[in-house]
Design a protein around this ligand. Structure first.
Ligand code: AHG
Ligand code: MN
Ligand code: MN
Length: 343
Protein backbone atom coordinates (compact mmCIF):
# COMPACT_ATOMS: atom_id res chain seq x y z
CA UNK A 1 0.00 0.00 0.00
CA UNK A 2 1.41 3.41 -0.88
CA UNK A 3 2.25 5.65 2.08
CA UNK A 4 -0.19 8.51 2.53
CA UNK A 5 0.89 11.56 4.51
CA UNK A 6 -1.96 13.52 6.01
CA UNK A 7 -1.42 17.10 7.09
CA UNK A 8 -1.66 15.98 10.71
CA UNK A 9 1.06 13.34 10.23
CA UNK A 10 3.24 15.82 8.32
CA UNK A 11 2.98 18.58 10.91
CA UNK A 12 3.38 16.15 13.84
CA UNK A 13 6.63 14.84 12.32
CA UNK A 14 7.82 18.43 11.74
CA UNK A 15 7.02 19.17 15.36
CA UNK A 16 8.95 16.12 16.60
CA UNK A 17 11.99 17.27 14.65
CA UNK A 18 12.05 20.51 16.70
CA UNK A 19 13.22 19.40 20.18
CA UNK A 20 11.64 22.37 22.00
CA UNK A 21 8.43 22.52 20.03
CA UNK A 22 5.35 22.99 22.19
CA UNK A 23 2.79 21.91 19.59
CA UNK A 24 1.07 25.30 19.76
CA UNK A 25 1.62 26.14 16.09
CA UNK A 26 0.32 22.68 15.16
CA UNK A 27 -2.75 23.31 17.31
CA UNK A 28 -3.39 26.66 15.67
CA UNK A 29 -2.88 25.33 12.13
CA UNK A 30 -5.40 22.55 12.69
CA UNK A 31 -8.03 25.17 13.50
CA UNK A 32 -7.03 27.31 10.50
CA UNK A 33 -7.53 24.22 8.35
CA UNK A 34 -10.92 23.63 9.93
CA UNK A 35 -11.84 27.21 8.93
CA UNK A 36 -10.61 26.63 5.38
CA UNK A 37 -12.64 23.44 5.07
CA UNK A 38 -15.77 25.28 6.12
CA UNK A 39 -15.06 28.07 3.59
CA UNK A 40 -14.36 25.43 0.92
CA UNK A 41 -17.76 23.88 1.62
CA UNK A 42 -19.47 27.26 1.43
CA UNK A 43 -17.79 28.34 -1.82
CA UNK A 44 -18.28 24.83 -3.25
CA UNK A 45 -22.03 25.13 -2.88
CA UNK A 46 -21.95 28.12 -5.24
CA UNK A 47 -25.34 29.30 -6.41
CA UNK A 48 -27.04 26.64 -4.25
CA UNK A 49 -26.34 28.79 -1.18
CA UNK A 50 -28.31 31.75 -2.45
CA UNK A 51 -28.02 33.46 0.96
CA UNK A 52 -24.21 33.48 0.50
CA UNK A 53 -24.19 34.85 -3.05
CA UNK A 54 -24.14 38.42 -4.28
CA UNK A 55 -23.10 41.76 -2.86
CA UNK A 56 -23.47 42.68 0.79
CA UNK A 57 -24.82 46.05 1.80
CA UNK A 58 -21.44 47.24 3.00
CA UNK A 59 -17.92 48.35 2.12
CA UNK A 60 -14.69 47.33 3.82
CA UNK A 61 -12.27 49.83 5.35
CA UNK A 62 -10.62 50.25 1.95
CA UNK A 63 -13.88 51.37 0.33
CA UNK A 64 -14.35 48.11 -1.59
CA UNK A 65 -17.84 46.68 -1.95
CA UNK A 66 -18.03 43.52 0.18
CA UNK A 67 -19.60 40.31 -1.08
CA UNK A 68 -21.77 38.28 1.30
CA UNK A 69 -19.22 35.49 1.04
CA UNK A 70 -16.39 37.86 2.11
CA UNK A 71 -18.27 38.54 5.32
CA UNK A 72 -19.36 34.94 5.93
CA UNK A 73 -15.82 33.63 5.33
CA UNK A 74 -14.47 36.22 7.75
CA UNK A 75 -16.98 35.12 10.41
CA UNK A 76 -16.22 31.44 9.84
CA UNK A 77 -12.49 32.06 10.15
CA UNK A 78 -12.94 33.94 13.44
CA UNK A 79 -15.36 31.42 14.91
CA UNK A 80 -13.13 28.47 13.99
CA UNK A 81 -9.92 29.89 15.44
CA UNK A 82 -10.60 32.35 18.26
CA UNK A 83 -11.33 29.75 20.97
CA UNK A 84 -8.21 27.58 20.49
CA UNK A 85 -5.99 29.26 23.09
CA UNK A 86 -3.01 29.79 20.76
CA UNK A 87 -3.99 33.24 19.49
CA UNK A 88 -3.99 36.67 21.09
CA UNK A 89 -5.66 38.44 18.21
CA UNK A 90 -6.40 38.56 14.53
CA UNK A 91 -6.56 41.09 11.73
CA UNK A 92 -8.40 40.70 8.45
CA UNK A 93 -9.09 42.48 5.19
CA UNK A 94 -12.74 42.64 6.23
CA UNK A 95 -12.25 44.31 9.64
CA UNK A 96 -11.26 47.96 10.15
CA UNK A 97 -9.14 47.12 13.21
CA UNK A 98 -7.67 44.03 14.82
CA UNK A 99 -9.86 41.73 16.86
CA UNK A 100 -8.37 40.75 20.23
CA UNK A 101 -9.40 37.25 21.28
CA UNK A 102 -12.50 37.73 23.48
CA UNK A 103 -11.99 37.46 27.24
CA UNK A 104 -14.04 34.25 27.47
CA UNK A 105 -11.23 32.40 25.68
CA UNK A 106 -7.61 31.88 26.72
CA UNK A 107 -5.02 33.95 24.85
CA UNK A 108 -1.86 32.51 23.30
CA UNK A 109 1.45 33.51 21.77
CA UNK A 110 0.38 34.05 18.15
CA UNK A 111 -1.29 36.69 16.02
CA UNK A 112 -2.86 35.89 12.68
CA UNK A 113 -3.63 38.11 9.70
CA UNK A 114 -5.84 36.84 6.89
CA UNK A 115 -7.66 37.54 3.67
CA UNK A 116 -10.71 35.34 4.23
CA UNK A 117 -11.71 35.29 0.58
CA UNK A 118 -9.23 36.36 -2.03
CA UNK A 119 -10.42 36.99 -5.57
CA UNK A 120 -13.97 37.68 -4.51
CA UNK A 121 -14.85 39.23 -7.91
CA UNK A 122 -14.76 35.59 -9.10
CA UNK A 123 -17.35 34.23 -6.65
CA UNK A 124 -20.42 34.79 -8.77
CA UNK A 125 -18.86 33.30 -11.92
CA UNK A 126 -17.57 30.04 -10.37
CA UNK A 127 -13.87 30.80 -10.83
CA UNK A 128 -11.19 29.90 -8.23
CA UNK A 129 -10.94 31.89 -4.99
CA UNK A 130 -8.86 31.33 -1.87
CA UNK A 131 -7.93 32.20 1.70
CA UNK A 132 -4.51 33.65 2.62
CA UNK A 133 -3.03 33.76 6.14
CA UNK A 134 0.13 34.83 7.95
CA UNK A 135 1.10 33.89 11.51
CA UNK A 136 3.21 36.21 13.68
CA UNK A 137 4.28 36.13 17.31
CA UNK A 138 2.61 38.47 19.77
CA UNK A 139 5.38 40.79 21.06
CA UNK A 140 6.58 39.88 24.59
CA UNK A 141 5.33 41.72 27.63
CA UNK A 142 2.18 43.19 26.04
CA UNK A 143 -1.13 42.75 27.78
CA UNK A 144 -3.57 44.46 25.41
CA UNK A 145 -3.83 43.58 21.70
CA UNK A 146 -3.70 46.55 19.35
CA UNK A 147 -3.23 47.20 15.63
CA UNK A 148 0.39 48.22 16.21
CA UNK A 149 1.31 44.69 17.36
CA UNK A 150 0.58 43.41 13.85
CA UNK A 151 2.93 45.94 12.22
CA UNK A 152 5.80 43.46 11.87
CA UNK A 153 7.91 43.02 8.75
CA UNK A 154 7.41 39.86 6.68
CA UNK A 155 10.73 38.37 7.76
CA UNK A 156 9.17 37.88 11.20
CA UNK A 157 6.44 35.56 9.94
CA UNK A 158 6.38 32.18 11.68
CA UNK A 159 4.19 30.56 9.08
CA UNK A 160 2.27 31.55 5.96
CA UNK A 161 -0.18 29.69 3.80
CA UNK A 162 -3.08 29.79 1.44
CA UNK A 163 -5.98 27.55 0.66
CA UNK A 164 -7.09 27.47 -2.98
CA UNK A 165 -10.72 26.63 -3.67
CA UNK A 166 -10.28 25.47 -7.26
CA UNK A 167 -11.16 22.31 -9.12
CA UNK A 168 -9.70 20.71 -6.01
CA UNK A 169 -9.12 22.36 -2.64
CA UNK A 170 -5.42 22.77 -1.86
CA UNK A 171 -3.46 24.02 1.11
CA UNK A 172 0.04 25.39 0.47
CA UNK A 173 2.12 26.17 3.52
CA UNK A 174 5.53 27.23 4.75
CA UNK A 175 6.96 27.38 8.26
CA UNK A 176 10.30 28.58 6.88
CA UNK A 177 11.56 25.14 5.86
CA UNK A 178 10.40 24.91 2.25
CA UNK A 179 6.90 24.81 0.85
CA UNK A 180 4.50 21.88 0.83
CA UNK A 181 1.17 21.41 -0.93
CA UNK A 182 -1.74 19.32 0.35
CA UNK A 183 -4.95 18.35 -1.43
CA UNK A 184 -8.24 17.96 0.41
CA UNK A 185 -9.54 14.40 0.18
CA UNK A 186 -13.24 15.16 0.10
CA UNK A 187 -14.14 11.61 1.11
CA UNK A 188 -12.20 11.69 4.42
CA UNK A 189 -11.79 15.42 5.11
CA UNK A 190 -7.98 15.02 5.30
CA UNK A 191 -5.51 17.30 3.61
CA UNK A 192 -3.05 14.87 1.98
CA UNK A 193 0.53 15.79 1.05
CA UNK A 194 0.53 15.80 -2.75
CA UNK A 195 3.21 18.39 -3.65
CA UNK A 196 6.17 18.02 -1.27
CA UNK A 197 8.95 20.60 -1.41
CA UNK A 198 7.51 22.84 -4.12
CA UNK A 199 10.13 24.72 -6.14
CA UNK A 200 9.68 27.57 -8.62
CA UNK A 201 11.83 27.26 -11.76
CA UNK A 202 14.35 30.13 -12.05
CA UNK A 203 13.23 31.03 -15.56
CA UNK A 204 9.78 31.08 -17.05
CA UNK A 205 7.92 32.23 -20.12
CA UNK A 206 4.59 32.99 -18.49
CA UNK A 207 3.54 36.34 -17.06
CA UNK A 208 0.50 37.39 -15.09
CA UNK A 209 -0.64 41.01 -14.94
CA UNK A 210 -3.88 42.89 -15.56
CA UNK A 211 -2.87 44.22 -18.96
CA UNK A 212 -5.86 46.55 -19.24
CA UNK A 213 -3.99 48.96 -16.93
CA UNK A 214 -0.88 49.09 -19.14
CA UNK A 215 -1.33 52.80 -19.91
CA UNK A 216 -0.91 53.50 -16.15
CA UNK A 217 2.13 51.26 -15.48
CA UNK A 218 5.48 52.50 -14.32
CA UNK A 219 8.12 52.45 -17.11
CA UNK A 220 10.21 49.45 -15.88
CA UNK A 221 7.10 47.21 -15.88
CA UNK A 222 6.04 48.49 -19.29
CA UNK A 223 9.55 47.80 -20.59
CA UNK A 224 9.52 44.17 -19.35
CA UNK A 225 6.04 43.40 -20.71
CA UNK A 226 6.86 45.04 -24.08
CA UNK A 227 9.90 42.75 -24.24
CA UNK A 228 7.72 39.71 -23.41
CA UNK A 229 5.31 40.72 -26.16
CA UNK A 230 8.17 41.05 -28.66
CA UNK A 231 8.69 37.29 -28.25
CA UNK A 232 11.52 35.36 -29.86
CA UNK A 233 12.61 38.30 -32.02
CA UNK A 234 12.83 40.64 -29.01
CA UNK A 235 15.60 41.13 -26.42
CA UNK A 236 14.37 38.23 -24.22
CA UNK A 237 14.63 35.82 -27.17
CA UNK A 238 11.59 33.69 -26.27
CA UNK A 239 7.83 33.69 -26.69
CA UNK A 240 5.74 34.38 -23.59
CA UNK A 241 2.30 33.25 -22.54
CA UNK A 242 -0.08 35.40 -20.44
CA UNK A 243 -2.54 34.36 -17.69
CA UNK A 244 -4.65 36.47 -15.31
CA UNK A 245 -7.24 34.78 -13.07
CA UNK A 246 -7.76 37.90 -10.90
CA UNK A 247 -7.47 35.75 -7.76
CA UNK A 248 -3.97 36.21 -6.40
CA UNK A 249 -4.17 32.77 -4.78
CA UNK A 250 -4.84 31.08 -8.13
CA UNK A 251 -2.26 33.15 -10.01
CA UNK A 252 0.44 32.50 -7.39
CA UNK A 253 -0.47 28.81 -7.22
CA UNK A 254 0.13 28.54 -10.96
CA UNK A 255 3.58 30.08 -10.69
CA UNK A 256 4.44 27.81 -7.75
CA UNK A 257 3.41 24.85 -9.85
CA UNK A 258 5.11 25.68 -13.15
CA UNK A 259 6.97 28.99 -12.78
CA UNK A 260 6.07 32.48 -13.91
CA UNK A 261 5.95 36.08 -12.79
CA UNK A 262 2.94 37.76 -11.14
CA UNK A 263 2.73 41.53 -11.00
CA UNK A 264 0.35 44.00 -9.46
CA UNK A 265 2.73 46.94 -9.84
CA UNK A 266 2.55 50.52 -8.74
CA UNK A 267 0.75 52.62 -11.33
CA UNK A 268 -0.07 56.25 -12.05
CA UNK A 269 -3.71 56.00 -10.91
CA UNK A 270 -2.73 54.65 -7.51
CA UNK A 271 0.09 57.17 -7.17
CA UNK A 272 -2.36 60.01 -7.89
CA UNK A 273 -4.56 58.76 -5.04
CA UNK A 274 -1.58 58.48 -2.70
CA UNK A 275 -2.11 54.70 -2.58
CA UNK A 276 0.97 52.48 -2.20
CA UNK A 277 -0.30 49.75 -4.55
CA UNK A 278 -3.37 47.51 -4.71
CA UNK A 279 -2.50 44.41 -2.74
CA UNK A 280 -2.33 44.51 1.03
CA UNK A 281 1.03 43.96 2.71
CA UNK A 282 0.04 42.12 5.89
CA UNK A 283 -2.39 39.52 4.56
CA UNK A 284 -1.63 39.25 0.84
CA UNK A 285 1.89 40.39 -0.11
CA UNK A 286 3.84 39.17 2.94
CA UNK A 287 2.43 35.64 3.21
CA UNK A 288 2.71 35.11 -0.56
CA UNK A 289 6.28 36.49 -0.51
CA UNK A 290 7.26 34.11 2.30
CA UNK A 291 5.88 31.15 0.33
CA UNK A 292 7.46 32.25 -2.96
CA UNK A 293 10.89 32.89 -1.38
CA UNK A 294 10.78 29.54 0.41
CA UNK A 295 10.12 27.91 -2.97
CA UNK A 296 13.22 29.56 -4.44
CA UNK A 297 11.51 32.58 -6.01
CA UNK A 298 11.86 36.32 -5.45
CA UNK A 299 9.32 38.84 -4.09
CA UNK A 300 9.85 42.56 -4.58
CA UNK A 301 8.01 45.83 -4.96
CA UNK A 302 10.43 46.60 -7.79
CA UNK A 303 12.49 48.72 -5.41
CA UNK A 304 12.58 46.69 -2.20
CA UNK A 305 12.27 43.12 -0.91
CA UNK A 306 8.63 42.92 0.20
CA UNK A 307 9.41 41.02 3.42
CA UNK A 308 11.75 43.80 4.58
CA UNK A 309 9.11 46.55 4.47
CA UNK A 310 8.37 47.98 7.91
CA UNK A 311 4.57 48.19 7.98
CA UNK A 312 3.01 51.50 9.01
CA UNK A 313 -0.67 50.56 8.98
CA UNK A 314 -2.84 47.45 9.13
CA UNK A 315 -4.26 47.75 5.63
CA UNK A 316 -1.15 49.19 3.95
CA UNK A 317 -0.92 48.45 0.23
CA UNK A 318 2.24 47.69 -1.73
CA UNK A 319 3.28 46.95 -5.31
CA UNK A 320 3.86 43.21 -5.84
CA UNK A 321 6.26 41.59 -8.32
CA UNK A 322 6.81 37.92 -7.45
CA UNK A 323 7.76 34.60 -8.96
CA UNK A 324 10.61 32.99 -10.89
CA UNK A 325 13.94 34.35 -9.72
CA UNK A 326 15.44 35.47 -13.00
CA UNK A 327 12.25 37.05 -14.32
CA UNK A 328 11.61 39.06 -11.13
CA UNK A 329 15.26 40.06 -10.88
CA UNK A 330 15.09 41.39 -14.44
CA UNK A 331 12.15 43.66 -13.53
CA UNK A 332 13.98 44.75 -10.36
CA UNK A 333 17.00 45.55 -12.49
CA UNK A 334 14.86 47.67 -14.83
CA UNK A 335 13.67 49.61 -11.76
CA UNK A 336 17.30 50.14 -10.70
CA UNK A 337 18.25 51.37 -14.17
CA UNK A 338 15.25 53.72 -14.30
CA UNK A 339 16.16 55.15 -10.87
CA UNK A 340 19.79 55.63 -11.94
CA UNK A 341 18.69 57.52 -15.05
CA UNK A 342 16.56 59.87 -12.91
CA UNK A 343 19.33 60.48 -10.37
P1 AHG B 1 -9.67 40.56 -2.83
O1 AHG B 1 -10.75 39.78 -3.55
O2 AHG B 1 -9.24 39.88 -1.55
O3 AHG B 1 -10.01 42.01 -2.62
O4 AHG B 1 -8.34 40.49 -3.70
C1 AHG B 1 -8.42 40.69 -5.08
C2 AHG B 1 -7.03 41.03 -5.55
C3 AHG B 1 -6.21 39.84 -6.00
O5 AHG B 1 -6.63 38.59 -5.60
C4 AHG B 1 -6.21 39.92 -7.51
O6 AHG B 1 -4.95 39.56 -8.00
C5 AHG B 1 -6.51 41.37 -7.79
O7 AHG B 1 -7.18 41.88 -6.67
C6 AHG B 1 -7.36 41.55 -9.01
O8 AHG B 1 -7.45 42.89 -9.28
P2 AHG B 1 -8.06 43.47 -10.66
O9 AHG B 1 -9.55 43.23 -10.56
O10 AHG B 1 -7.68 44.91 -10.64
O11 AHG B 1 -7.45 42.72 -11.81
MN1 MN C 1 -7.20 39.40 -1.71
MN1 MN D 1 -10.46 39.28 0.14
Amino acid sequence: MSQRTSFYKFISEEQRSHPFSSGKLTGLLLEVLAACKRIAYLTGNGQLSSQAMGAADSENVQGEQQKKLDILSNELFIESTQWCGYLSGMASEEMDHCLPVPDVYPRGKYLITFDPLDGSSNIDINVSVGTIFSILEMPDGETSVEDRHFLQSGVKQVCAGYCLYGTSTMLVLTTGRGVNGFTLDRSTGDFVLTQPDMKIPDYSNEYSINQSYSRHWEPPVKRYIDECLAGEAGPLGKNYNMRWVASMVADVHRLLSRGGIFMYPMDARMAAKGQGGKLRLLYEANPMSFIVEQAGGVASTGNQRIMEINPTSLHQRVPVIIGSKNEVNRVVDYHRQAAAECA
